[in-house]
Write a protein that binds this ligand. Structure first.
Ligand code: ZN
Length: 174
């Protein structure tokens, strides 16, 4: 006796419980402290929940599963708030098909709606916020430009580049 097709479990898509276990393991590996301390204070929980929203938003914009997005503390950037500096968000999107990881930071000019793609400087290879991304089309334009790429203003910040880099723009007084 066989089950009707409508009740046959789909064996190719992991079930909710399996995906939940996988998501927790991924966070425990990538951000052990953040994961275990998320219930410690209202602020920690707030940050955790906000980052979950960030993951949903960028996953939708780039049309990847939410499971492909990790939002962790940015080890290099902090942001000023009324209650003092807080670690920034480092957003890692791992392409489920190729395994390639893409890293983003928030674009403070479009909070919640856009991000800055981190990439290597074409001259000195330092990591820089290379271009603004709000949609898949922006990423495409950066990867496969049909015109000159317009780098984000932040990409030219001399302090991010190695001395003598020709891509960086000297700031007044340098
Ligand atoms: Zn450079």
């Amino acid at each position: 006796m066989t089950n009707p097709a409508s009740t046959t479990p789909n064996t190719t898509t992991p079930r909710l419980a399996e995906r939940a276990v996988h998501a927790a393991r991924t966070y425990r590996t990538a951000d052990r402290d953040g994961f275990y301390r998320r219930h410690d204070t209202p602020e920690e929980w707030n940050r955790w929940a906000r980052r979950a929203r960030v993951a949903r938003t960028i996953a939708t914009a780039l049309r990847v599963p939410v499971d492909a997005v990790l939002v962790t503390n940015d080890p290099h950037r902090t942001y000023r708030t009324r209650t003092g500096p807080v670690p920034g968000d480092l957003i890692t999107v791992t392409d489920p098909l190729s395994g390639r990881a893409w890293r983003f930071i928030p674009d403070v000019t479009t909070p919640g709606d856009g991000w800055l793609l981190l990439d290597r400087c074409p001259d000195c290879e330092a990591e820089i916020p290379a271009t603004r991304v709000a949609s898949l089309a922006d990423l495409s334009q950066y990867l496969d430009p049909d015109d000159e790429i317009s780098p984000a203003d932040e990409a030219r910040d001399t302090s991010l580049h190695r001395p003598g880099c020709t891509f960086a723009l000297p700031t007044v007084g340098d």
